[in-house]
Ligand binder design. Structure first.
Ligand SMILES: Nc1ncnc2c1ncn2[C@@H]1O[C@H](COP(=O)(O)OP(=O)(O)OP(=O)(O)O)[C@@H](O)[C@H]1O
Length: 246
């Protein structure tokens, strides 16, 4: 479980996260929505100690994040909006293998995880491709594969679908559903709910650093436009739209 209590984060005098208390249970799939600048990225960066609270607290699996950063970073996988800074190796396979190698796993297990994670993002067999030759969307998928290969307890993806074409998006969504069904909690950060509403067990929306909506997708759908979150046209107000959860 990830849990924040009265979390506050300031950049100088500006309050980016303003007293957020939230719990994300194991196996839960949460879409974190909100307009640009509402505080989503700042909030999730606290989940593995990339930022320190000005006040309040963050715990992962019952342990304060600041007390054991290594444990928090092992437990919480993160994929950020711009993956360009996230690559550590020249080839796709070596990059995805980097994290599992650092866990000290056996070669066979590493290779299994790499192959599995690449298949999950529709890049099966692309181990030898050079990262610098990939398109933006392919780089995003490699970044997601790198996080998936770590098999974290909790996986946080910040705007993961921006550069992905439809088949890649479907593939990633399928994999996120499967991970959540296996007990991984999945947090998808987005300002645009196309594609992800059906993924969610729960939708949390932020505005001006606060949580303003925290509900099941159907209930949240009606409230979101008030907070500048675009709800997919075809689904808005639909009576038979449903969420399968993750
Ligand atoms: N490094 C920083 N220094 C100063 N202000 C920042 C910094 N990062 C974010 N902010 C400000 O904090 C507020 C929240 O930003 P944050 O990136 O967390 O929001 P967001 O909802 O993730 O937005 P986006 O969807 O645009 O990424 C915004 O007003 C933003 O300008």
């Amino acid at each position: 479980m990830i849990r924040t209590e009265n979390l506050v984060h300031r950049y100088g005098d500006a309050v980016a996260v303003d007293g957020v208390s939230i719990e994300i249970g194991d196996g839960e799939c949460v879409v974190l929505a909100g307009a640009n600048g509402s505080g989503k990225t700042t909030l999730v960066r606290h989940f593995n100690g990339l930022l320190e609270p000005d006040s309040g607290s963050v715990a992962v699996n019952g342990r304060a994040v600041g007390a054991d950063l290594v444990a928090a970073r092992t437990a919480v996988g993160m994929v950020f909006q711009d993956p360009r800074d996230q690559f550590v190796a020249a080839t796709v396979g070596a990059d995805v293998a980097f994290g599992p190698e650092n866990l000290g796993l056996e070669r066979g297990e590493i290779d299994r995880r790499v192959a599995d994670a690449l298949a999950a993002v529709n890049l099966a067999g692309r181990e030898d491709d050079r990262v610098t030759d990939l398109s933006g969307g392919e780089r995003e998928r490699v970044a997601i594969a790198g996080a998936v290969a770590m098999e974290p307890d909790h996986l946080v993806l910040d705007e993961p679908f921006t550069g992905l074409d439809a088949p890649a998006r479907e593939s990633v969504l399928d994999r996120l559903r499967a991970l959540a069904a296996d007990g991984t909690s999945v947090v998808v950060v987005t300002h645009d709910l196309r594609d992800v509403l059906d993924l969610a067990d729960r939708v949390v929306a932020m505005s001006a650093g606060r949580v303003v909506v925290d509900d099941d997708p159907e209930t949240a759908r009606a409230a979101l436009p008030d907070y500048d979150v675009r709800v997919p046209e075809a689904e808005r107000g639909s009576t038979d739209a449903r969420s399968d959860g993750c």
